[in-house]
Write a new protein. Structure first.
Length: 575
């Protein structure tokens, strides 16, 4: 499965010094200054580089996406963009799939990122960031997003055997502004689970009763434009690809009412922090009119179903049976946290599915929904037996034997790993991959969460000679003259599977015109050569600039970026 993982990168930016060369009156003066003010230094304690990636290919999404950042840290103006500006109350636009954020977090503050664009067919997806699941410095996170806009998009998703997502779309007519009765259900298709077992996705569905009216934020009926489109997306809890697309993350801040049957937190545990989700599955139900307006609230309850694997454990670790109740949660787009809605009813599907039950419930609103118990959590510690090898590895942790959750650690170079907020009382599998996507070790049988000292055996082949990218970044006058080294430049290279990164800095001494050079090496390619993309951040226009690049093991490829950021005059007259 192709997935993208971004290496650590310095995200800071410093002001570009003004280059001024002054001489006698017979020699005109030349002045080079930035066309816009330099962005503020990104000096946040926690610095995130997010890759908004196609869930099928792993490539950064080049369509325009809208991104909203919500949560208590945002409310306190403690989350900023790459220019150092607060993201509070803003909708961010991302056109190259890369978004840098900085944050200050405490035990009581967090934030969520939700990205998508329904008009272009991209479902909303995102991650939640807390103090317990972040680390100081640079943290790089991939957010997989599923595209369901066209019949071809849906066919591509439904033909994947590893991503574990099933999609269906339907159209409803309207009469006098009311929606006519409609049912849409996703396909039930075969997939391969993270434990190497062949199963199926199950089927999610929505049923709209006749005469249903959509409501605005004030609860008043609105008239949809034209026909109404419904999209149902079911995410299996059994594959890494779908678990990584879980919108809120598995160690999430949530809204759990006191004494809720959804929580298995134990005596004295907090209802709002310290826990972790164990998933039974999740789904998205979207409805839009022909103008692309999202319809979210209705005057009649809709009937929703989400598949639940029969292997899923209940809160006590026992088997699930038809007739049981199961917790249902919805994602609150205002606060950016999951909130407990109600207990749904477990029932057999018709016809009976050997692998899945379904959970049925009613709701007057559409959202992202999940079936989860919120478990008390702990720290799981294990050691990668890597010897003296220091090449970056990808570590994939998934729940085992019906305890469904996922965590991915990217660019791991050390041996001891502490997995914070593991769901207590559960089991997990560990799989380790090198940067070429080759599995180099892992557990042979599940280990218990909360355990310490587990040794993970690895057999790491020597990497091939690295494919090296040398990236030169310069700035110039608008006409291309008067170049000087760009300082600094955030540069990323994506080779079709992994990301590497670096920062080019101009040394002290503004008069230098030498190009800034940064070398991105140690690329173990899945094949050689491969086509990739080089990204460089123009900090004066706040835009990514890209170039195609071909990487070959044992060879060096040079890429030159020039940004015409400078206003240049000679003797007071524009060049």
């Amino acid at each position: 499965m192709k997935k993208s993982y971004l290496a650590h990168a310095a995200l800071g930016a410093v002001a570009l010094a003004v280059l001024a060369a002054c001489s006698s009156s017979s020699t005109p003066s030349t002045e080079q200054v930035p066309t816009t003010a330099a962005p503020a230094n990104l000096t946040s304690t926690f610095r995130y580089q997010l890759v908004l990636a196609n869930a099928l290919s792993g490539a950064a999404i080049t369509d325009t996406l809208q991104v909203e950042v919500k949560g208590t840290a945002v409310d306190a103006d403690k989350v900023v963009d790459a220019a150092g500006q607060s993201v509070k109350g803003r909708i961010l636009t991302v056109t190259n799939g890369l978004l840098a954020l900085g944050a200050e977090l405490t035990e009581t503050t967090s934030f969520s990122v939700v990205a998508g664009n329904r008009l272009l067919g991209w479902n909303e997806s995102g991650k939640q960031f807390t103090l317990a699941t972040s680390r100081a410095g640079d943290l790089n996170v991939t957010i997989p997003i599923v595209k369901v806009g066209t019949a071809a998009d849906i066919a591509a998703v439904n033909s994947s055997s590893t991503v574990g997502v099933a999609v269906a779309a339907g159209v409803a007519s309207t009469t006098g502004g009311a929606i006519n009765a409609t049912q849409v259900a996703s396909v039930n298709r075969q997939i391969s689970t993270t434990e190497g077992i062949t199963t199926n996705t199950g089927s999610a569905g929505v049923s709209v009763p006749a005469g249903t009216r959509a409501l605005n934020a004030q609860g008043q009926p609105i008239t949809p434009v034209g026909t109404v489109s419904l999209t149902v997306t079911a995410y299996s809890p059994n594959t890494e690809g779908s678990l990584e697309a879980f919108p809120g993350g598995f160690a999430a801040n949530v809204n759990v009412p006191a004494g809720s049957p959804a929580a298995n937190l134990g005596s004295g545990a907090s209802n709002t922090s310290g826990g972790s989700f164990v998933s039974g599955g999740f789904a998205q139900f979207n409805m839009t009119d022909s103008a692309g307006n999202a319809l979210k609230t209705f005057d009649k309850p809709l009937t929703l179903t989400i598949p639940l694997p029969k292997s899923t454990r209940n809160a006590a670790g026992g088997a699930i049976a038809a007739g049981d109740d199961f917790p249902v949660w919805s994602f609150d787009e205002v606060t950016g946290v999951w909130k407990f809605e109600k207990m749904g009813k477990v029932r057999e599907k018709t016809p009976v599915d050997p692998a899945n039950f379904e959970v049925v419930f009613e709701s007057n609103h559409l959202s992202s929904w999940n079936l989860d118990y919120y478990q008390n959590s702990c720290t799981t510690t294990f050691t990668l037996n890597r010897g003296t090898d220091t090449q970056p590895l990808r570590v994939v942790i998934t729940g085992a034997n019906g305890w469904n959750f996922s965590r991915t650690l990217s660019n791991v170079t050390d041996s001891v790993q502490n997995l914070l907020r593991s769901p207590g009382g559960s089991q997990l599998n560990v799989a380790v991959f090198n940067s070429a996507g080759v599995r180099v070790g892992g557990t042979s049988s599940p280990i218990s969460t909360c355990s310490t000292g587990t040794q993970i055996p690895l057999t790491i082949p020597a990497p091939p000679p690295p494919a090296t990218a040398v990236v030169n970044v310069t700035e110039s006058c608008a006409n291309g003259t008067g170049g000087l080294r760009g300082s600094p430049a955030m540069v990323y290279v994506y080779n079709g599977r992994t990301w590497t990164s670096g920062t080019a800095n101009r040394p002290t001494g503004a008069a230098t015109t030498a190009a800034a050079t940064i070398t991105l090496g140690n690329q173990s390619l899945p094949s050689s050569p491969v086509s990739g993309t080089a990204y460089a951040w123009n900090r004066y226009t706040n835009r990514w600039v890209t170039q195609a690049i071909s990487l070959t093991n044992g060879q060096t490829t040079t890429v030159n970026f020039n940004f015409p950021n400078l206003q240049c005059t000679t003797g007071g007259a524009p060049l």
